[in-house]
Write a protein that binds this ligand. Structure first.
Ligand code: SF4
Length: 228
Protein backbone atom coordinates (compact mmCIF):
# COMPACT_ATOMS: atom_id res chain seq x y z
CA UNK A 1 0.00 0.00 0.00
CA UNK A 2 1.03 3.64 -0.16
CA UNK A 3 1.39 3.59 3.62
CA UNK A 4 3.92 0.77 3.29
CA UNK A 5 5.80 2.72 0.64
CA UNK A 6 5.91 5.76 2.87
CA UNK A 7 7.15 3.63 5.76
CA UNK A 8 9.94 2.25 3.61
CA UNK A 9 11.05 5.74 2.68
CA UNK A 10 10.91 6.99 6.27
CA UNK A 11 12.82 3.97 7.57
CA UNK A 12 15.96 4.99 5.67
CA UNK A 13 15.72 8.74 6.33
CA UNK A 14 18.96 10.35 7.50
CA UNK A 15 17.99 13.99 7.13
CA UNK A 16 18.80 15.09 10.70
CA UNK A 17 22.48 14.46 11.44
CA UNK A 18 22.17 14.94 15.22
CA UNK A 19 19.23 12.52 15.52
CA UNK A 20 20.79 9.91 13.23
CA UNK A 21 23.90 9.96 15.43
CA UNK A 22 21.85 9.74 18.63
CA UNK A 23 19.49 6.95 17.52
CA UNK A 24 22.46 4.89 16.30
CA UNK A 25 24.74 5.65 19.26
CA UNK A 26 22.03 4.57 21.72
CA UNK A 27 21.43 1.42 19.67
CA UNK A 28 25.13 0.58 19.48
CA UNK A 29 26.63 1.53 22.80
CA UNK A 30 24.09 3.46 24.88
CA UNK A 31 21.62 0.71 25.64
CA UNK A 32 19.98 0.67 29.03
CA UNK A 33 21.63 -2.04 31.17
CA UNK A 34 18.42 -4.09 31.43
CA UNK A 35 18.21 -4.27 27.61
CA UNK A 36 21.94 -4.70 26.97
CA UNK A 37 21.50 -8.15 25.40
CA UNK A 38 18.73 -7.02 23.02
CA UNK A 39 19.07 -5.82 19.45
CA UNK A 40 17.93 -2.20 19.08
CA UNK A 41 15.96 -0.88 16.13
CA UNK A 42 18.04 2.31 15.95
CA UNK A 43 16.11 3.79 13.02
CA UNK A 44 13.14 6.10 12.44
CA UNK A 45 9.97 4.85 14.13
CA UNK A 46 7.46 3.51 11.60
CA UNK A 47 3.78 4.32 11.99
CA UNK A 48 1.71 1.52 13.49
CA UNK A 49 -1.89 0.53 13.07
CA UNK A 50 -4.74 0.37 10.65
CA UNK A 51 -3.69 1.83 7.26
CA UNK A 52 -7.35 2.67 6.48
CA UNK A 53 -8.13 4.21 9.86
CA UNK A 54 -10.49 7.18 10.18
CA UNK A 55 -8.39 8.42 13.12
CA UNK A 56 -4.73 9.22 13.61
CA UNK A 57 -2.88 9.57 16.89
CA UNK A 58 0.12 11.91 16.73
CA UNK A 59 2.85 11.40 19.31
CA UNK A 60 5.97 13.46 19.95
CA UNK A 61 8.97 11.28 19.10
CA UNK A 62 10.35 7.80 19.83
CA UNK A 63 11.96 7.19 23.22
CA UNK A 64 15.63 6.17 23.11
CA UNK A 65 15.00 2.84 24.91
CA UNK A 66 11.36 2.49 23.82
CA UNK A 67 10.50 2.74 20.12
CA UNK A 68 14.18 3.17 19.26
CA UNK A 69 14.69 -0.29 20.78
CA UNK A 70 11.53 -2.14 19.74
CA UNK A 71 10.77 -0.48 16.39
CA UNK A 72 7.11 0.06 17.29
CA UNK A 73 5.47 3.31 18.38
CA UNK A 74 5.03 3.67 22.17
CA UNK A 75 6.36 0.17 22.71
CA UNK A 76 8.73 -0.74 25.50
CA UNK A 77 8.42 2.19 27.91
CA UNK A 78 6.09 3.43 30.64
CA UNK A 79 4.44 6.04 28.39
CA UNK A 80 3.46 3.23 26.07
CA UNK A 81 2.20 1.00 28.89
CA UNK A 82 -0.23 3.74 29.91
CA UNK A 83 -1.35 4.37 26.33
CA UNK A 84 -1.83 0.75 25.24
CA UNK A 85 -3.91 -0.08 28.30
CA UNK A 86 -6.24 2.79 27.35
CA UNK A 87 -6.28 1.81 23.67
CA UNK A 88 -7.35 -1.67 24.71
CA UNK A 89 -10.02 -0.45 27.17
CA UNK A 90 -11.51 1.73 24.45
CA UNK A 91 -11.56 -1.01 21.84
CA UNK A 92 -8.81 0.22 19.50
CA UNK A 93 -6.06 -2.23 20.51
CA UNK A 94 -6.26 -6.02 20.38
CA UNK A 95 -4.19 -6.40 23.56
CA UNK A 96 -3.62 -4.31 26.71
CA UNK A 97 0.16 -4.31 26.27
CA UNK A 98 2.55 -3.81 23.39
CA UNK A 99 5.84 -5.61 23.82
CA UNK A 100 7.54 -6.20 20.48
CA UNK A 101 6.99 -7.23 16.89
CA UNK A 102 5.22 -10.58 16.75
CA UNK A 103 3.32 -10.13 20.03
CA UNK A 104 -0.05 -10.13 18.28
CA UNK A 105 -0.82 -6.50 19.00
CA UNK A 106 -2.95 -4.74 16.40
CA UNK A 107 -4.98 -1.55 16.11
CA UNK A 108 -8.40 -1.18 14.52
CA UNK A 109 -9.70 2.22 13.48
CA UNK A 110 -6.54 4.04 14.49
CA UNK A 111 -2.99 4.55 13.25
CA UNK A 112 -0.20 5.98 15.37
CA UNK A 113 2.27 8.42 13.81
CA UNK A 114 4.65 10.99 15.33
CA UNK A 115 5.73 14.59 14.92
CA UNK A 116 9.37 13.47 14.84
CA UNK A 117 10.35 9.91 13.88
CA UNK A 118 13.80 9.59 15.43
CA UNK A 119 14.59 9.50 19.13
CA UNK A 120 15.91 12.90 20.24
CA UNK A 121 18.32 13.46 23.15
CA UNK A 122 16.26 14.30 26.29
CA UNK A 123 13.10 13.86 24.18
CA UNK A 124 13.69 17.35 22.80
CA UNK A 125 13.87 17.73 19.04
CA UNK A 126 15.13 21.12 17.82
CA UNK A 127 12.84 23.42 15.80
CA UNK A 128 14.85 22.55 12.68
CA UNK A 129 14.45 18.81 13.28
CA UNK A 130 10.73 19.27 13.85
CA UNK A 131 10.43 21.25 10.62
CA UNK A 132 12.45 18.68 8.68
CA UNK A 133 10.40 15.72 9.87
CA UNK A 134 7.10 17.48 9.25
CA UNK A 135 7.37 16.52 5.58
CA UNK A 136 6.72 12.91 6.65
CA UNK A 137 3.78 13.84 8.85
CA UNK A 138 2.35 15.85 5.99
CA UNK A 139 2.55 12.81 3.74
CA UNK A 140 0.88 10.66 6.42
CA UNK A 141 -2.01 13.12 6.67
CA UNK A 142 -2.31 13.23 2.91
CA UNK A 143 -2.49 9.43 2.66
CA UNK A 144 -5.03 9.20 5.48
CA UNK A 145 -7.13 12.12 4.21
CA UNK A 146 -9.72 10.24 2.11
CA UNK A 147 -11.02 8.47 5.23
CA UNK A 148 -9.74 10.76 7.96
CA UNK A 149 -12.29 12.10 10.48
CA UNK A 150 -10.22 12.94 13.54
CA UNK A 151 -6.69 13.40 14.79
CA UNK A 152 -5.68 13.07 18.43
CA UNK A 153 -2.51 14.98 19.31
CA UNK A 154 -0.58 13.97 22.40
CA UNK A 155 1.12 17.10 23.69
CA UNK A 156 1.80 20.55 22.27
CA UNK A 157 4.57 19.46 19.89
CA UNK A 158 2.31 16.95 18.16
CA UNK A 159 -0.45 19.55 18.09
CA UNK A 160 1.73 22.23 16.50
CA UNK A 161 3.25 19.77 14.03
CA UNK A 162 -0.19 18.62 12.91
CA UNK A 163 -1.46 22.16 12.45
CA UNK A 164 1.65 23.03 10.42
CA UNK A 165 1.27 19.91 8.26
CA UNK A 166 -2.44 20.60 7.72
CA UNK A 167 -1.70 24.18 6.70
CA UNK A 168 1.03 23.03 4.30
CA UNK A 169 -1.56 20.73 2.68
CA UNK A 170 -3.84 23.69 2.10
CA UNK A 171 -6.32 22.75 4.83
CA UNK A 172 -8.16 25.57 6.51
CA UNK A 173 -6.50 26.15 9.90
CA UNK A 174 -7.96 28.91 12.11
CA UNK A 175 -5.83 32.01 12.72
CA UNK A 176 -4.44 32.82 15.18
CA UNK A 177 -3.20 29.29 15.61
CA UNK A 178 -5.39 27.43 18.16
CA UNK A 179 -3.57 26.78 21.41
CA UNK A 180 -2.99 23.26 22.64
CA UNK A 181 -4.91 22.09 25.69
CA UNK A 182 -6.31 18.83 27.01
CA UNK A 183 -9.71 18.25 25.45
CA UNK A 184 -9.43 21.24 23.11
CA UNK A 185 -11.08 20.57 19.77
CA UNK A 186 -10.66 22.38 16.46
CA UNK A 187 -12.29 21.73 13.10
CA UNK A 188 -9.87 21.78 10.18
CA UNK A 189 -11.49 22.46 6.83
CA UNK A 190 -10.24 20.52 3.86
CA UNK A 191 -10.25 21.69 0.25
CA UNK A 192 -12.84 18.99 -0.57
CA UNK A 193 -15.27 20.60 1.89
CA UNK A 194 -14.97 17.95 4.60
CA UNK A 195 -13.64 18.70 8.04
CA UNK A 196 -11.21 16.85 10.25
CA UNK A 197 -11.56 17.14 14.01
CA UNK A 198 -8.31 17.90 15.81
CA UNK A 199 -8.31 16.98 19.50
CA UNK A 200 -5.63 17.78 22.09
CA UNK A 201 -4.63 15.42 24.90
CA UNK A 202 -1.89 15.70 27.49
CA UNK A 203 1.04 13.51 26.53
CA UNK A 204 1.24 10.07 28.16
CA UNK A 205 4.72 10.81 29.53
CA UNK A 206 5.45 9.83 33.15
CA UNK A 207 5.67 13.55 33.92
CA UNK A 208 1.89 13.71 33.34
CA UNK A 209 0.72 10.22 34.27
CA UNK A 210 2.69 9.78 37.51
CA UNK A 211 1.47 13.15 38.78
CA UNK A 212 -2.19 12.57 37.93
CA UNK A 213 -2.28 15.42 35.44
CA UNK A 214 -3.42 12.82 32.91
CA UNK A 215 -5.53 10.02 34.41
CA UNK A 216 -6.69 6.81 32.69
CA UNK A 217 -10.27 8.18 32.72
CA UNK A 218 -9.20 11.40 30.97
CA UNK A 219 -7.38 9.46 28.27
CA UNK A 220 -10.28 7.02 27.79
CA UNK A 221 -12.65 9.94 27.34
CA UNK A 222 -10.69 11.56 24.49
CA UNK A 223 -10.11 8.18 22.83
CA UNK A 224 -13.82 7.31 22.95
CA UNK A 225 -14.54 10.76 21.55
CA UNK A 226 -12.61 9.82 18.39
CA UNK A 227 -15.43 7.49 17.45
CA UNK A 228 -18.09 10.20 17.79
FE1 SF4 B 1 14.37 11.82 8.97
FE2 SF4 B 1 12.48 12.60 10.69
FE3 SF4 B 1 14.50 11.10 11.54
FE4 SF4 B 1 14.94 13.63 10.83
S1 SF4 B 1 13.68 12.91 12.56
S2 SF4 B 1 16.19 11.85 10.28
S3 SF4 B 1 13.47 13.88 9.13
S4 SF4 B 1 12.91 10.50 10.07
Amino acid sequence: SSVDELQARISVCRACARLVRWREDVARSGRRASFADQPYWGRPGPSFGDPDAPALLVGLAPAANGTNRTGRMFTGDSSGDFLWAALHRTGFAAQPTSVAAGDGQALTGLRIVAAVRCAPPENKPTPTERATCSAWLQRDLELAAPRLRSILCLGAIGWDATLAAARALGWDVPRPKPRFGHGVEVALGRPDGRTVRLVGCYHVSPHNTFTGRLTPAMLDEVLLGLRA
